[in-house]
Every structure is written in structure tokens, then in C-alpha cells.
Design a protein around this ligand. Sequence first.
Ligand SMILES: O=C(O)c1cccc(C(=O)CC[C@H]2O[C@@H](n3cnc4c(=O)[nH]cnc43)[C@H](O)[C@@H]2O)c1
Length: 270
Amino acid sequence: MNTSRLFVLVYSVNNRARSEQIPNKIRVKDKVSVSKGVGKKYYRGNTIAHIHFFAYIRMEKQMNVLVIAATEEEIQPFIHSHVEPRSGIEVLVTGVGMVATSFALGQKLAATPHYDLLLNVGIAGSFKRSIALGEVVYVYQDTFAELGAEDGEQFVDSVALGLAKHTFQGALAPDYPAFQGLRQCRGITVNTVHGHEETIDAIAQRLNPAVESMEGAAVFYAAHQAGLPAIQIRAISNYVERRNKASWQIPLAIENLNRWLKVFANSIDR
Ligand SMILES: O=C(O)c1cccc(C(=O)CC[C@H]2O[C@@H](n3cnc4c(=O)[nH]cnc43)[C@H](O)[C@@H]2O)c1
């Protein structure tokens, strides 16, 4: 259960009653300069006000999160260990790639549009050797990297063509321990995983992404269309390089991703 605190302050200034709701403790401390007791006086701007009533209310609200993954394999440990109906977490397995993701998520949101957060999780490739294999990262922006046209050697993106937006932002992370200390990365989403030195150099020069997946931008796009916040969390399974599947560390990435998911679920389930 996600809880939030609400302060209700009823006070009078020059015998005229006023009230306000103050959504967290810090702001109360900021605003109430003398005391929070009934009958006490405190300063509001230049005016002395008289407090009649001060209540501290603990509100409880279920936060509904849709966790979206391309394959069941990527979130199997989490599915089996944690998700309970009361936690407010639902899982959607879409299939690999932006087309499968868009269709599955579009269908889901048409049937159930009530989510507070869409959370895209999965493994991903990294363009940066400074990111360790297995590291869990927060992808704050994602681009449909192939959306556009070729003009000889040049790539003309869909915005330059006047056809479509190609880059979408994720939401700001909630103030949960799970998000603290995560590396913030820019991502690209592709149909064809980069595996050729020339195209890897070209995309690094054009967009300088940190990570690559096959679904991220599709989730951000769907969230944008539906008016819902979306967050993308990826665990790095491989470097983007000439195809070398033997060096991919999928089990490590899945293990770390699922450990992160547990911490996240505990945050919203408190
Ligand atoms: O065996 C291969 O060559 C191969 C080619 C494409 C994809 C795969 C996967 O197993 C990907 C499944 C899943 O993982 C994400 N992912 C992981 N690494 C990358 C990457 O370097 N570039 C793009 N996506 C990646 C992706 O989101 C898929 O859903 C194997």
C-alpha cells in the first residue's frame, strides 16, 4: 500500500477562518514558524495567525503499476517470488520488439486505463564500456533510432522529414530507495540489434546513446499517447559490438534486474 501524509491546518487571521492542506511535513515546518499547537500564534507572511486546529492525517492510496517486459524469462524470478494482487503490481509480457510491445500495451491500456505508472523493464545492450555488464540503469529518454529515410550515405530522421516525433521522455522517478544511485542513461530502440562496427560508429556519432533495447521507445510512446507516466529500467546484458552471443551475460542481468524489482515492489508495498 502506498501511503502519503496530509496536514490540515485551520487558522484565522483577523477573526476570519481559513484552512489549507499541506501535503508534506517539510513544507509545514517551512511555513509554521512558531508552533503547531492549537491556540498558538504563528506568522504567515507578515501577519500573526491563530491556529484553531491542526491535524496530521495518514492517507492510504493503492498505487497501480503495470510492469512491462518483452519476455517472461526476463522477469520470471519476480513473477514467482513477489507479485500478489494486493500489491497493485500487474505484469504484462509483450513479446520482443516495438511492434509486439505497441500492440500488447495498446490493447492492455484500452481495456485497463487506470495505471499510475508504466514500468518497462528488461535487459539491454550498452554502447559504453564504463557501464558494467549486469548494471541496472534508468533510461530517462528513448529514441526510435531507425525512424526516417536514407538519402545516399545520410540518414534523415523522421522529425527532419516532418513525419513523426522520434524521441520520448520517461517520467521522473518517484522518491523511492530503488531509484537512488541508478545511472541515468539515454537509450535507443531498434528493430535490428547493432552488430557491425560501421553502423555502431554511425549511431554513436548521430545520437550518442548509452543503451539499446528493442522496446523502450515504444513504451514511452504508448505512455505519451495515453497520458500516463512511464519509467524504463534496464539491466545490461551485453555490449553493443560485432555479434558475440557467448559474451552476453543474460543470467547476471536478469538476476540484478529482478533484485531491483523486488526493492521497487517493497517501496510501493509499504
Ligand atoms: O542472438 C542474437 O543475436 C539476438 C539478437 C537480437 C536480440 C537478442 C535477444 O536475446 C534480445 C532480447 C531482448 O533483450 C534486449 N536486448 C538485449 N541486448 C540488446 C542489444 O544489444 N540491443 C538491443 N536489444 C537488446 C531487447 O530489448 C530484447 O527484448 C538476441
